[in-house]
Design a protein around this ligand. Structure first.
Ligand SMILES: NC(=O)c1ccc[n+]([C@@H]2O[C@H](COP(=O)([O-])OP(=O)(O)OC[C@H]3O[C@@H](n4cnc5c(N)ncnc54)[C@H](OP(=O)(O)O)[C@@H]3O)[C@@H](O)[C@H]2O)c1
Length: 223
């Protein structure tokens, strides 16, 4: 099993994607993994120290980010939320006393919101003063807290920031046999993108496997 360098954790991006590259429909529905693939994802979750998602994923899905179907420890949860708007009634906040939960913000987050989250057991890490969370700072700080392997579970905007900053080591995508379309449907990677194919993030195929109807492809990122 591959684990961290010392400056940041080893990061694995995992997603379920339609054949046309969408990770959700235009309404935000993202339930596309087969039961077999779900079991693979939960085995992967059980192998990491923390699971990380972006603020929109938190809002749209209200995810649990826990391990089901397989025996294993509960990974920590990291929410990337610049202004600390994570709802106090979200699942991750309601269970923060039992499952360690980190919300990464910037200095722009309101002190009142930060205090409300802390009172509910959330650890709030201020990562930079910019409009968005400094992901490099965040990863360095969680590594210092002992987090050596992180599973990045999207969405597309956070995936772009992580990939374009060279902060992802491995990618696993379950291609679900569906085409979803939709100009406003979120793709595996959003953001500005690159102008030329030669400047794209370079990947090396590690393997393929079939999980029920889904084709799972694994790549190493050539950072
Ligand atoms: N099929 C799958 O495997 C899968 C997995 C995950 C998500 N999804 C779907 O993806 C959709 C959400 O994706 P999304 O692209 O809209 O949003 P996202 O990537 O989940 O969240 C993006 C938000 O994170 C916050 N953020 C803070 N610092 C950031 C940084 N440095 N870089 C990037 N983001 C930063 C920003 O909000 P603030 O400015 O408010 O902080 C930003 O708008 C949902 O529909 C969800 O269901 C699907």
């Amino acid at each position: 099993m591959l684990v961290a360098r010392t400056s940041r954790p080893y990061v694995i991006l995992n997603a379920a994607m339609s054949l046309d590259g969408k990770i959700a429909t235009y309404t935000g529905d993202s339930r596309m993994s087969s039961p077999d693939d779900m079991r693979r994802v939960h085995r992967l979750r059980a192998s990491v120290d923390a699971i990380m998602v972006g603020f929109n994923t938190l809002l749209v899905d209200d995810p649990k980010l826990t391990v089901k179907f397989v025996k294993g420890h509960a990974p920590k949860r990291i929410i990337v939320d610049s202004t600390a708007r994570t709802p106090l009634n979200s699942y991750v906040v309601k269970t923060a006393m039992d499952i360690p939960t980190i919300i990464a913000t910037t200095a722009k987050a309101s002190r009142r919101r930060v205090e409300a989250l802390k009172e509910r057991g959330v650890s709030v890490l201020t990562c930079g003063k910019g409009p968005l969370v400094s992901l490099r700072l965040l990863l360095g700080r969680v590594r210092a807290l002992g987090i050596r392997r992180v599973l990045l579970e999207g969405g597309g905007t956070l995936n772009w920031s992580m990939l374009s900053n060279g902060l992802v080591d491995e990618i696993t995508v379950a291609v679900t046999p569906k085409i979803l379309g939709g100009e406003r449907a979120v793709s595996l990677v959003e953001g500005r993108g690159v102008a030329l194919v030669k400047d794209g993030v370079k990947l090396k195929l590690l393997g393929t496997a079939k999980y029920g109807p889904d084709l799972v492809v694994r790549y190493k990122v050539q950072n």
